[in-house]
Design a protein around this ligand. Structure first.
Ligand SMILES: Nc1ncnc2c1ncn2[C@@H]1O[C@H](COP(=O)(O)OP(=O)(O)OP(=O)(O)O)[C@@H](O)[C@H]1O
Length: 345
């Protein structure tokens, strides 16, 4: 539904500033009905990526298509028409203060020239869908952040788009409200078969809502894949650093400070074992311990759910001699899980 084909965006040099390569060689597919999350730090190029999809910027190389339409090749009139099939929600909601919830949702339909009766027939079910029927006559100032974003979502859906772009839509919300809004995004995604491209700087958002994730760094995609796979086996340092911000993913500081890369006599090895898929609930540690007669000391454990599937990370220490480490890693891998030596203490 959304396709980046070797797309690049360079902002031209201006008043003493060199040109900026905001995005380079972006190749990315968002299949119809999928939720793809793009995560990156400030300045990584996330907003530029979204602006290429809605045609606010044109790529300086490559193409960006939405349902086959080359967004960079449209003139202004064609672009305006095409944007009706692309809804957008924003970090700061962008509601009109002097319009009620109903009138904010109605705005894109008024602009499209729909008659009042038809507007009412569309807006009311949308307010119902986002759980705001009782707030239809409230002004934005009378709504909570979460309620304002619900209005934003209803407004984005008013023109019955096939694609929804979300620009840090939960960044101004507390964690509980964030989860409610993300649940609503999943609901509209499923009920309306909407394709969603969302950008965020939080892995928790990706974990809660995205089927697939692309990690962007310095204007390039450094890692992309099914959310579950990326969480289970992150390949790039940037991805790992985003994951370490999630509770339970990083080592306790006291341990991290003592960790050395090289083994030495008398030291223990610290292993991270990732429990995934159908083996997530296997009693691996007791099996390995029994099989190899090795004492396994649990340092940290976390069980979670990603995209509805169980996922666990456990950090253990074992005797650090090379033979024991190789035997334990081998045994864990034979049980279809992955084990990584983090270091020695
Ligand atoms: N109109 C512009 N002119 C020149 N440079 C720009 C322009 N817009 C963005 N940039 C630059 O392009 C790069 C990517 O910016 P972009 O806004 O896409 O990043 P971002 O990941 O969305 O960051 P943030 O999370 O802080 O919004 C940055 O180096 C930025 O300074």
């Amino acid at each position: 539904m959304i396709r980046f084909e070797a797309a690049a965006k360079a902002y031209p040099a201006r008043r003493g500033h060199a040109s900026v390569a905001a995005l380079s060689d972006i190749t990315l597919d968002v299949p119809e009905g999928a939720i793809l999350g793009v995560i990156g730090r400030s300045g990584a190029g996330k907003s530029t990526l979204i602006r290429l999809v809605n045609g606010l910027e044109k790529p300086t190389a490559g193409r960006v298509t939405v349902d086959g339409v080359d967004m960079g090749a449209l003139d202004e009139a064609a672009l305006r028409a095409e944007r009706r099939s692309i809804g957008m929600i924003f970090q700061h909601f962008n509601l009109l203060a002097r319009r009620t919830a109903f009138d904010n949702v109605a705005l894109p339909l008024e602009i499209a020239g729909l008659p009042a009766r038809e507007i009412k027939a569309r807006v009311e079910p949308l307010l119902e869908l986002v759980g705001l029927s009782d707030k239809r006559d409230r002004y934005p100032a009378e709504l909570s952040g979460g309620q304002k974003q619900r209005v934003g979502i209803a407004r984005a859906l008013a023109t019955r788009p096939r694609v929804l772009l979300s620009d840090e839509a939960t960044s101004a919300l507390d964690p509980e409200t964030t989860n409610q809004i993300l649940a609503l995004l999943r609901k509209v995604n499923a009920e309306l078969n909407l394709t969603v491209l969302l950008i965020t700087h939080e892995m928790a958002v990706i974990k809660a809502v995205a089927d697939r994730v692309a990690v962007i760094d310095g204007g390039r995609i450094v890692e992309e894949g099914a959310t579950y796979d990326v969480f289970a086996a992150p390949q790039h340092a940037t991805t790992r650093s985003f994951l370490s911000a999630l509770t339970g993913q990083s080592l306790p500081p006291e341990l991290a400070n003592r960790l050395t890369a090289e083994p030495a006599p008398g030291r223990d090895a610290v292993l991270r074992i990732v429990f995934t898929g159908s083996h997530a609930t296997d009693p691996v540690l007791s099996r390995v311990s029994r099989l190899l007669s090795v004492d396994v000391n649990i340092i940290q454990a976390q069980v979670d759910e990603i995209a509805g599937a169980p996922f666990g990370v456990i950090v253990v220490s074992i005797p650090g001699d090379a033979a024991t480490v190789a035997a334990v890693v081998g045994a864990v891998e034979r049980l279809h899980l992955s084990a990584e030596v983090l270091g020695y203490v």
